[in-house]
Ligand binder design. Structure first.
Ligand code: SF4
Length: 731
């Protein structure tokens, strides 16, 4: 049964023609002006734009732009949802919308409400909408409310909203990173005392080896591919660890480099395809191989770490047979990987959700930190650890305190502002919020952007839970299926201004700990949209009054930034960023010397026992396609993987042979939480034993197997079974 070769190398002329097509949709000059405006890119956390100018990164490179940034910008410029849209589409029609159809409906420009028992959302005035929201908060107790933020919001609105929640009386404050990089934050903090990248962008230009794990930047962070192509061109190497042999990680055509655009750039020097969920075993194997080859830097470990003896002993004691079986990777390949790392003069380890979306997510990060420390690849220029973050400000909203646990500095600042102690109760993270909703413990859910329902595992369970909430308030630029499946008994969807439409400047933090200032600008579409901070301050003022906190004064971002500077170590410069227009790297985050913000000043290594996978059979990994960003779908096809639409399952030729299915055949996929019919078989470059389907649609299959330390469900090693239709049913 031959595998159908439909994949394409990443980037290249296709990306260029796509860009031209997008520009023609909204007008090339209008798009150019918007892309050149001093606003941070709205899409991923690599970061570009801001005060250095649109399409410029902090190394002052131009043009720094990609398909993803254009898709997001054009989507904000593409016209408004007609006023009769909700009249023409009742709830059942809205529930049937695909992510792409909801996205393509256009910008939401007027508030809408779905009242209890109604079959239609109806447009409503801002006054009425805010009255409904205010009453909802006033009619319940703080412990029965929860606040969620996606990573596209500004630092200012996130800081104001978490302040409102705390002063209102709850710590049920959670952000979207609980379902993406929370394990990175927890693991890095346990090891180094700080939970973000230990490097800045320039370090990528100084390393000679990059180990890329569980990530596909060719699709999700395209400008990172320029760094990878440059690394190979200067004689460096790249090890890719991913169950899928991603075409864009084998060869990528960097559109902004003529030679690469035409001939392509080799990316992976070594490609390791482990079993999904086999990362701890693989990384313990690498550490064991380093020990067996006497390539561990024991002097570095003695001087700059604690716990290394136990971590090394644990790895050494782990049998190769267990390592090979659990990782699905041969000893020889693991030794080859260890050998390349040992030879590296300056090594950076970068990863995405392929490492964090597991019940052992935190252990994956700890095991990776162990390998980096054992080879002294932290605390020197060109070395370190880089979680490749998703949304453009997901790191920022976490930094400014949008999480259940309140940082000491924020508590001090807010208690001074409020003049009273704030709650010290444990707050819900995302998963426990949905559990609370399921148990009828939630009266009000307030969501700043995002698609909370869509991001959850077990979509049927999540919908049932969220529909038990009395009042749900969404602040959004466009529609998504979560507004309807994740509706409350009363649901408000309030239209917000996009980042480049804000009347005041806002700030965002990239995954390189770099804070940008976005100027805002003219609206892309005329309507009744309001800024996030304006809505939140008006609501807080309505619920809590103007004493002791003057919420309306806090609507001024300069005032908010002064509080952030006071509350957060390393953020002092934000207080005057609007005047100085000087963007900055947050202090205490980037390590070019091996001294870490821990009690001992040393890093802490932890043993990471190989986890036991308690099921046999195929392991599902949910993936983002080249045509989407997080839950937002811009294109249904994934041109890099040759997956023609959203209802496909990527499977290896060997597994297809075993099941007796062929490319293009329609099957049913069964998971622990549900099933999906009419799923098209796509035979591709994925390793045996692992299959891949698109997120968020395939979340319906996945039960909430959650890593207790990160609160992140296992979206990347879920048990599934493929049912083959009886012969004659085949297409
Ligand atoms: S790589 Fe990310 S930050 Fe850079 S242009 Fe693309 S989407 Fe924007």
């Amino acid at each position: 049964m031959k595998s159908v070769k439909r994949t394409r190398p990443g980037g290249g002329f296709r990306a260029v023609f796509y860009t031209i097509g997008k520009a023609l949709e909204v007008g090339p000059w209008k798009l150019w002006q918007k892309m050149r405006s001093s606003n941070a890119c709205k899409t991923c956390a690599v970061g570009m734009g801001g005060q250095l100018g649109g399409m410029v990164n902090e190394s002052k490179n131009f043009p720094e732009v990609c398909k993803k940034s254009l898709q997001a910008q054009v989507a904000d410029m593409k016209g408004a949802i007609p006023i009769d849209f909700f009249e023409r589409n009742d709830l059942s029609a809205l529930l049937a919308l695909t992510p792409k159809e909801a996205e393509d409906a256009g910008r939401l420009i007027y508030p809408v409400v779905l009242r209890p028992g109604a079959e239609h959302f109806t447009p409503v005035s801002w006054e009425t909408a805010l009255d409904i929201a205010t009453s909802a908060f006033k009619e319940t107790s703080p412990d029965r409310t929860a606040f969620y933020s996606s990573g596209r919001s500004s630092n200012e609105s996130a800081f104001i909203l978490q302040s409102f929640a705390r002063i209102y009386g709850t710590n049920n404050v959670m952000n979207c990173s609980y379902y993406c990089h929370q394990a990175s934050g927890v693991g890095l903090k346990m090891t180094f005392g700080t939970g973000t990248a230990t490097i800045e962008l320039e370090d990528l230009e100084k390393c000679d080896l990059l180990v890329l794990l569980g990530a596909n930047p060719a699709s999700n962070h395209p400008r990172l591919m320029t760094q990878l192509a440059n690394l190979r061109r200067r004689g460096g190497h790249i090890i890719v660890v991913n169950p899928i042999k991603e075409s864009g990680l084998e060869k990528f055509h960097v559109p902004s480099q003529m030679h690469s655009l035409i001939f392509g750039s080799e990316i992976a020097s070594l490609y390791i395809q482990p079993l999904a969920g086999g990362d701890v075993a693989l990384l313990v194997g690498v550490l064991k191989a380093l020990i067996e080859r006497s390539r561990v830097d024991n002097d570095f470990l003695k001087q700059h770490t604690i716990g290394h003896e136990e971590a090394l002993a644990s790895a050494q004691a782990t049998e190769w047979s267990l390592i090979e079986a659990a990782s699905g990777v041969a000893k020889a390949s693991i030794e080859e990987m260890a050998g390349m790392i040992a030879l590296g003069k300056a090594v950076i380890f970068a990863w995405a959700m392929g490492l964090t979306h597991h019940q052992s997510g935190v252990d994956n990060i700890l095991a990776l930190c162990n390998v980096a420390l054992a080879t002294a690849n932290v605390g020197r220029p060109g070395t370190g650890l880089l979680p490749i973050r998703g949304h453009s400000n997901v790191q920022g909203i976490g930094s400014v305190g949008f999480a259940p646990a309140m940082q000491d500095g924020i508590r001090r600042t807010l208690e001074t502002l409020y003049g009273k102690p704030l709650p010290s109760t444990d707050g819900y993270d995302i998963y426990s919020t949905i559990e609370a909703a399921q148990q009828g413990k939630l009266d009000v859910l307030f969501a700043l952007g995002g698609n909370l329902w869509g991001s959850n595992p077990d979509s049927v369970w999540a919908a049932d839970a969220m529909q038990r909430v009395k009042t749900t308030v969404y602040l959004s630029t466009k529609l998504n299926p979560g507004h309807f499946h994740g509706r409350g008994q009363t649901t408000l969807i309030l239209p917000v201004l996009a980042r480049d439409e804000e009347p005041q400047s806002t700030t965002q933090e990239s995954m390189f700990n770099y804070v940008r200032l976005s100027d805002g600008g003219a609206v892309n579409v005329k309507g009744q949209m309001r800024s996030e901070s304006d809505i939140i301050c008006t609501l807080a003022n309505g619920v809590l009054g103007q004493e002791p906190v003057d919420w309306l004064r806090l609507g001024n971002h300069h005032e908010v930034r002064k509080l952030i500077a006071e509350a957060l170590p390393g953020w002092g410069e934000i207080a005057t960023i609007e005047q100085s227009r000087k963007e900055f790297t947050i202090g205490g985050r980037v390590f070019h010397t091996p001294h870490f913000p821990t009690a001992t000043g040393k890093a802490t290594m932890q043993s990471t026992p190989v986890p036991v996978v308690d099921f046999d059979g195929l392991r599902l990994i949910t993936i983002r396609s080249e045509g989407q960003f997080n839950t937002v779908v811009y294109e249904n096809a994934d041109i890099y993987r040759g997956m023609p639409h959203r209802h496909c399952v990527l499977i290896s030729a060997a597994d297809a042979r075993k099941l007796g299915v062929f490319d293009g055949q329609s099957v049913t996929v069964h998971g622990e939480a549900g099933s999906m019919d009419n799923i098209e078989i796509v035979i591709g470059a994925i390793r045996d034993g692992v299959v891949a389907m698109f997120y968020p649609e395939s979340n319906v299959l996945i039960k909430g197997r959650v890593d207790p330390r990160s609160g992140t469900p296992s979206f990347k090693s879920a048990p599934v079974r493929i049912e083959v239709p009886v012969r004659g049913d085949a297409k």
